[in-house]
Design a protein around this ligand. Structure first.
Ligand code: ATP
Ligand code: MG
Length: 569
């Protein structure tokens, strides 16, 4: 056994989060035979969002760190909302972040065991069938300071409950007419102990068990037991489950039936949720956005879903770095989305291929450049990578430049294209603006300039001092493209908090801008979704799956700089 000196030990502890510290304590005490087993338990009723990623990075992360296992368990106890589409997307998203589960389990695998356990509780006088409506049951709950009222069915004979429970499951009893409740304590200060409902009737077929079951266990009667059946040692979940923990332990004690009460049992530890500004994390709300067509699907690049972030061009590394930056604590917080964006910029800066794209084009004519001449210029793919390849760009007499890079009457500090001023064309020549051509309405239709053939990039004369460098693409070789610019999905910082307004009213009406007259250099049109590009001077982009032959579509992942906080704060 390794022995640490006190100081060594303290140093090691400092870098661990509170959950890792708890786990190390349990390991040191030899709990659960010094095994580590975790699980990620999504309900397959929607796509995973970045909040779920915070949870599963921890579940899979600690299992990896301590040589344990992490299983994926679908918490499929409500057939009405669940679907195999969600099961598949959940698996895909976890794998995208680079994690591997040891086994895939389903809470529905335990329906028989849970049923048997419920029957046992009825027989032991610890559960009963209640025939009251859910409203009546809710009314009798009491408040944390006022005890609840016992149900008139609470003390019905065991035989009667057993018979009714069977009938609940055979389909003879309509939904909502009866529930099974644990008989615990209607005066307990913890409301979850006031005879919680543990089974309800649902006649909707289940995506895995079909019509076999008509009763389904509630979360509190499925989760802890499933953890126990599987041999989970640390059941990590979010803070809202703290108040459920005593009930979690209660059912496990009952299940163990007096055997070995303190050891070999899962232990629930809670941590704070991930909440991001300008978006929502509620699956119910995200589902509503999708169903009502307010976004283009679960993978709409404005969604906080993992598939949305992926389509938008976020990398698994950026997401994981952000999650480790915000860390795990016992305090709820609202995390600034610009931190996620910063993590994304930092990662993409290292991996994105630099290309040129012009989003708001105006034609630039180099009047002294020979018509029909093409030069193949060298451009490095990624200057941040010392092993980077390079590619070639075609330079011709007519180029597209950004409209905002030309001004006829420019103020003093305008270092771009304006009559009489020299600028550098990136990777090419120094040019001097000579004027422009306008249409009848006074709109600039062409900008004119002359080039200095001795200033091609790499030539001695190219070292000449020029203040501005502009990007450009060749009119003859560039590919026309559609570019989608995304902004915050909601226009308020914490849409979940605005209780008096419907969240739909808080959507940012300008969250998507489509530019369909853009030009990208030929090389950029050859990339595929999930490739990462930097449109120089503009931002990070990725090809979208809507791209077709001859019509590339790009999503802006994130702008080059955080312009948003400046404008809005
Ligand atoms: P709901 O229960 O409302 O359908 P949910 O988001 O809680 O939605 P689950 O599928 O139950 O969805 O979540 C799976 C796991 O992910 C749970 O352990 C939950 O604690 C965790 N989780 C969900 N949302 C967040 C979040 N925003 N931050 C961290 N963990 C989260
Ligand atoms: Mg949940």
């Amino acid at each position: 056994m390794t022995e640490y000196s006190n100081t060594d030990n303290n140093e090691i502890k400092k870098s661990l989060n509170f959950i890792e510290q708890e786990i190390e304590k349990d390991l040191a005490q030899g709990k659960n035979g010094s095994r580590i087993q975790t699980r990620f338990p999504p309900e397959p009723n929607g796509y995973l969002h970045i909040g779920h990623a915070k949870a599963f990075c921890l579940d899979f992360g600690v299992a990896e760190e301590y040589g344990g296992v992490c299983n994926l368990r679908f918490d499929d106890t409500n057939p009405v909302k669940e679907d195999t589409e969600y099961v598949e997307s959940i698996m895909e998203d976890i794998q995208w972040l680079g994690y591997h589960w040891a086994n895939v389990y389903y809470a529905s695998d335990y329906f028989q065991q849970l049923w048997d356990f419920a029957v046992r509780l009825i027989k032991e006088g610890k559960a009963y069938v209640d025939e009251q409506t859910s409203e009546q049951i809710a009314e009798q709950k009491g408040t944390p300071t006022r005890p609840g009222v016992e149900s008139p069915y609470r003390n019905r004979p065991v035989e009667e409950s057993l018979e009714l429970f069977e009938k609940m499951n055979s389909g003879e009893i309509p939904e909502g007419a009866m529930v099974l409740r644990a008989k615990i304590d209607m005066a307990n200060p913890n409301m979850h102990f006031r005879d919680p409902i543990i089974y309800r009737i649902i006649h909707h077929p289940h995506h895995r068990t079909g019509t076999k079951w008509k009763v389904y266990p509630m979360y509190d009667f499925a989760h802890g037991q499933s953890d126990y059946f599987e041999g989970v040692t640390h059941s990590l979940c979010t803070l809202e489950f703290t108040v459920h923990r005593p009930l979690y332990d209660y059912f496990i004690d009952e299940l163990k039936d007096g055997k070995d009460l303190d050891d070999n049992r899962p232990r629930q530890i809670e941590f704070n949720r991930l909440n991001l500004t300008y978006t929502v994390m509620s699956k119910r709300k995200l589902l509503a956005l999708v169903k009502e067509g307010l976004v283009a699907g679960w993978d709409d690049p404005r969604m906080p879903t993992l598939c949305g972030l992926r389509r938008r061009g976020y990398t698994p590394e950026a997401i994981k770095n952000f999650i480790s930056m915000i860390g795990y604590t016992k305090f709820e917080a609202l995390n600034d989305i610009s931190m996620l964006e910063a993590a994304c910029r930092e990662d993409l800066n290292k991996r994105a291929t630099r290309v040129s794209a012009v989003l708001h084009p105006v034609k630039l004519v180099i009047t002294n450049y020979p018509e029909g001449q093409v030069e193949m210029l060298e451009a490095i793919d990624n200057p941040e990578d010392e092993n980077s390849k390079s590619h070639t760009i075609e330079f011709t007499r007519n180029l597209w430049i950004e409209r905002e890079d030309f001004m006829e009457n420019a103020p003093k500090k305008y270092f771009r294209m304006t009559p009489g001023q020299e600028v550098r064309l990136k990777n090419a020549y120094i040019v001097k603006c000579t004027g422009c051509v306008k249409d009848a309405e006074g709109n600039v239709t062409e900008v004119h300039c002359t080039y200095d053939p001795a200033t091609r990039s790499g030539m001695p004369e190219s070292a000449r001092k020029v203040k501005g460098t502009l990007h450009w693409v060749s009119c003859d070789y560039a590919v026309q493209a559609e570019v989608r610019l995304y902004d915050r999905l909601f226009s308020v910082e914490n849409p979940g908090e605005e209780k008096d307004k419907d969240f739909r009213e808080l959507l940012n009406p300008d969250s998507l801008t489509v530019l369909d007259q853009c030009y990208v250099e030929r090389y950029a049109a050859g990339f595929s979704p999930l490739d990462h590009l930097q449109f120089q001077r503009i931002g990070y982009f990725t090809p979208d799956k809507d791209s077709t032959e001859g019509h590339p579509v790009f999503n802006r992942t994130v702008s080059l700089k955080d312009t948003w906080s400046k404008i809005n704060k």
